[in-house]
Design a protein around this ligand. Structure first.
Ligand code: SF4
Length: 344
């Protein structure tokens, strides 16, 4: 039995029952693959179900309001994925006459669809023989071939892509690709791989090796930036104030309390400049929350302020209530703060 048959047979017996795997269509695979980027299946699955129920086809996704998409996306992180999906759905409607592209080359024209996602959709939903190479596949290949070239180097990416494409069969490439990813997720795990139950252990060059966990090799460490946020929970009677984040930064398009970033000693004055509110603020320091993203570590102090008037408030700010916040897409950090004050 060759490599691919072993992987495919194992996959058929062991695959997790996931909704996009029944009757795979390009739209379903696209939705699931984008949701699952940087996200565990257990966390992504309820989001897939919510999105598929709200937008069962690409036309309904394209016609949705971006604010509704971001609201459904809340808590999943990497919000640019939701914005790119909305753009891509509209590309399908205009550039592809409403028919989801069915080949690797055209799929790559969609915003937010790179080599990996295009290969996943093309092979799983359209039977195109092209290899999917994600973190799980890199790990299986690096160990199987005992290949120590860094997977994040240009040469490493080329070598692993060539190895993966040599292995992918013409028949059932989707099952092969999903088998490789599933094997990496369930058996050839980063720590303590289950070599005994692995279908390719008889030919794997790292099987049962004490140093197996050293593969794959990565050359670069992710640089983490630290940021200090000062959030202001401004209260006027039963009202609060929020605004929408703009610009190319995390959480673009989401809503938050007025924010002054940095270690400034002058946060009162900065708050006045930011909001246009010209009054003396009695700031009360509340909780501090730490929020970790892949490339950033955020330390957020929350201050409460009782306002005497809203006079001067700039028009970009929204006056709402705490109860109404559920109608706005919020970063998880804001959600955590609201939950903490509701508990007290
Ligand atoms: S035999 Fe072990 S190291 Fe090799 S692919 Fe299987 S689980 Fe990974």
């Amino acid at each position: 039995m060759n490599f691919s048959s072993k992987i495919t047979d194992w996959y058929k017996l062991n695959k997790r029952d996931l909704p996009w795997r029944n009757n795979p269509e390009p739209y379903k695979i696209w939705l699931s693959e984008i949701i699952l980027q940087q996200t565990r299946v257990a966390q992504g699955l309820p989001y897939y179900e919510k999105f598929f129920a709200a937008y069962p086809n690409v036309k309904s996704f394209a016609n949705a309001q971006i604010s509704d998409i971001l609201l459904l996306w809340q808590g999943l992180g990497y919000y640019s994925r939701g914005r790119n999906m909305h753009f891509a759905a509209n590309q399908v409607m205009t550039e592809f006459k409403g028919i989801f592209p069915n080949n690797f080359k055209d799929l790559k024209k969609l915003k937010g669809v790179g080599e990996y996602t295009a290969a996943a959709i093309a092979s799983i939903a359209c039977n195109e023989s092209v290899a999917v190479v994600d973190g799980n596949v890199y790990r299986v290949l690096a160990r199987y071939f005992n290949e120590a070239i860094p997977i994040d180097s240009t040469e490493g990416k080329k070598i692993f892509s060539e190895l993966a494409n040599e292995l992918v069969p013409k028949i059932n490439p989707g099952d092969h690709n999903q088998g490789m990813m599933e094997l990496g997720a369930l058996i050839c795990t980063p720590k303590k791989p289950d070599c005994i139950n692995c279908p390719i252990n008889s030919s794997c060059q790292s099987a049962f090796s004490a140093s197996v966990e050293l593969l794959p090799v990565k050359s670069k460490k992710v640089k983490v930036k630290e940021r200090k946020f000062n959030y202001f929970h401004l209260k006027f009677e039963d009202k609060i104030i929020i605004h929408k984040r703009h610009g190319k930064d995390i959480w673009e398009g989401l809503h938050q309390f007025p924010l002054v970033e940095g270690e400034s000693q002058e946060i009162q004055n900065e708050l006045k400049k930011l909001t246009g509110l010209n009054q003396e603020f009695g700031l009360t320091k509340g909780i501090t929350l730490k929020h970790i993203l892949t490339h950033q570590r955020i330390f957020a102090d929350f201050f409460t302020v009782d306002l005497t008037t809203l006079k001067g408030l700039k028009s970009e700010f929204i006056v709402t209530t705490l109860e109404d916040l559920e109608n706005f897409a919020l970063p998880k950090l804001m959600v955590n703060y609201i939950e903490s004050i509701n508990k007290n």
